[in-house]
Write a protein of this length. Structure first.
Length: 489
């Protein structure tokens, strides 16, 4: 998407063009090695920028020198004109000043190429967009960019216009005191963020982010954490795979960028075939009924309304990736049914992850903590536990022991766990910690779900799935195995 942004566009039918930039956010917990993976992904881009800067630096330095000399010459002539006393001398000096000023204005000073930013305010992002011809990528393995997106003016309104228009290509016109004016035509911002899950949850507090459509522009991925199950000696990425990736990215970046007579970037259209267009129509027809009241996508209708457009973008990117190593002149730009079908498979994955992400943004904190406890129970096959032991094992998610009480009560209300009666007090001292038994049917259900795991999307257990557990039952056997017996917890 970074390579294609503003340089290519998908042409589905007359009146429907899609830019190929994407907004993507992946939620990964600490220890998931997101920084090394992120560095490997961005390496060919960084290498290309370094190479281009080295190549263009002499030209830029020479242009800066010419502009500096022309500016000083104009200033010198202005001084002479100001000192002229005779009318003829003044008129002649003024003509020379005008000529020098126009000469200085005609000198174009190129700027060093920038393709990627990490932390930048909305105002600075707009300035860089203007410098770089309307295209830039914002990529980070931290949550800082989301914080900076929420930067506010004095009236408390977040300044996210540049992100809204940078996704769909709406012109950005600036005419404010103290800032360079003018219009950025069809801006294209690419965003790739790898953040911690807590950052996703915090987006519910960002005023205007969802209401104005910013969150609906993101493709979300909420993969299951591998921490606790990682291979201590994983095999490296095969050299031929990493080299093929770097070669493809570098090849796409080296393709010439088309421009019009004014120097503006002119995107190359990627025509959709009739068969590819039919698949797009089928997707829209399939989703339409799910968007309404009571539909499967009702809670994420703002996001799902953009799904067809995002699928088109992904199909265009897949077509470019398939032919990345071919020259710009010979690479086929038409999008047929094959890349469109692959894009549909990708967006099937993204739909469920978007539902998880938006659920996390709107989740009750108590429900989130209950999910945390439930995931621990299911992952480790816990059959009974004391509140004190659970807190000691799960204290990374709880600030105080008291914070554990509401989620345990919620799980009890959902019949996932049952508190044993407190034993009679025999004397003074601290009362024993409450003991809970786990509904055995919960583990049975979890085992059945595991058999179908290839059909499901990994993630934290949904609390509403607990509702299908039909209680402990009068005759249900409750194991007396204590938490201490689960040595591998």
């Amino acid at each position: 998407a970074l390579c294609a942004a503003k340089r290519y566009k998908a042409h589905v039918i007359q009146g429907w063009d899609e830019p190929l930039n994407l907004y993507v956010a992946v939620a990964l917990k600490p220890g998931e090695s997101k920084s090394p993976a992120f560095a490997a992904a961005i390496r060919p881009v960084s290498n290309f920028v370094t190479e281009e800067r080295r190549r263009t630096d002499p030209e830029i330095r020479a242009a800066i020198a010419r502009a500096d000399v022309a500016a000083k010459r104009a200033d010198h002539l202005k001084t002479r004109a100001a000192k002229a006393t005779a009318p003829e001398e003044y008129a002649k000096s003024l003509a020379l000043v005008e000529e020098a000023v126009l000469e200085h204005a005609a000198i174009e000073v190129p700027v060093h190429l920038r393709l990627v930013l990490d932390d930048v305010t909305s105002e600075s992002l707009e300035a860089v967009l203007r410098q770089q011809g309307g295209r830039i990528a914002l990529m980070s393995d931290e949550g800082g960019p989301f914080e900076l997106m929420g930067g506010r003016y004095s009236n408390g309104v977040p300044n996210i216009d540049v992100y809204l228009k940078g996704h769909n290509g709406g012109n950005i016109t600036t005419d404010r005191i103290g800032r360079e004016g003018g219009t950025i035509h069809e801006p294209a911002i690419t965003i790739g963020l790898a953040v911690q899950p807590d950052v996703i949850a915090s987006l519910r507090d960002k005023k205007g982010f969802r209401g104005r459509g910013l969150l609906a522009r993101f493709l979300w991925a909420m993969p299951e954490s591998l921490v606790g199950r990682r291979d201590p000696d994983p095999p490296p990425v095969p050299l031929e795979v990493s080299q093929a990736y770097e070669d493809a990215i570098t090849s796409l970046l080296r393709r010439p960028t088309r421009r019009d007579e004014t120097g503006e970037i002119k995107p190359q259209p990627m025509e959709f075939s009739a068969a590819a267009h039919a698949l797009v129509v089928g997707l829209k027809a399939k989703n339409e009924g799910k968007l309404g009241l009571g539909g499967e996508y009702e809670d994420v209708a703002d996001w799902a309304n953009k799904l067809a457009g995002e699928t088109v973008r992904i199909a265009g990117l897949l077509q470019l990736a398939d032919h990345a190593l071919e020259s710009d002149a010979s690479a086929p730009l038409g999008v047929g049914p094959d890349p469109m079908r692959r894009a549909l498979r990708i967006t099937e994955y993204l739909v469920t992850h978007a539902q998880i992400a938006f659920d996390k943004m709107g989740a009750d904190p108590v429900a989130e903590l209950a999910r945390y406890v439930l995931a621990w129970i299911l992952r480790n096959g816990v059959t009974s536990f004391t509140q004190r032991d659970a807190y000691q094992l799960l204290r990374a998610g709880f600030r105080t022991p008291a914070e554990m009480v509401p989620p345990l009560e919620l799980l009890a209300d959902l019949d996932a766990i049952r508190r044993r009666p407190d034993p009679p007090r025999s004397g003074p001292g601290r009362p024993p910690s409450p003991t809970f038994d786990v509904n055995p049917k919960l583990h049975t259900q979890n085992a059945q779900n595991a058999q179908n795991s290839q059909k499901s999307v990994p993630g934290t257990p949904a609390l509403n799935s607990v509702n299908s557990v039909n209680g402990f039952g009068a005759d249900a056997p409750i194991s007396d195995v204590s938490l201490e017996d689960h040595e591998n917890v």
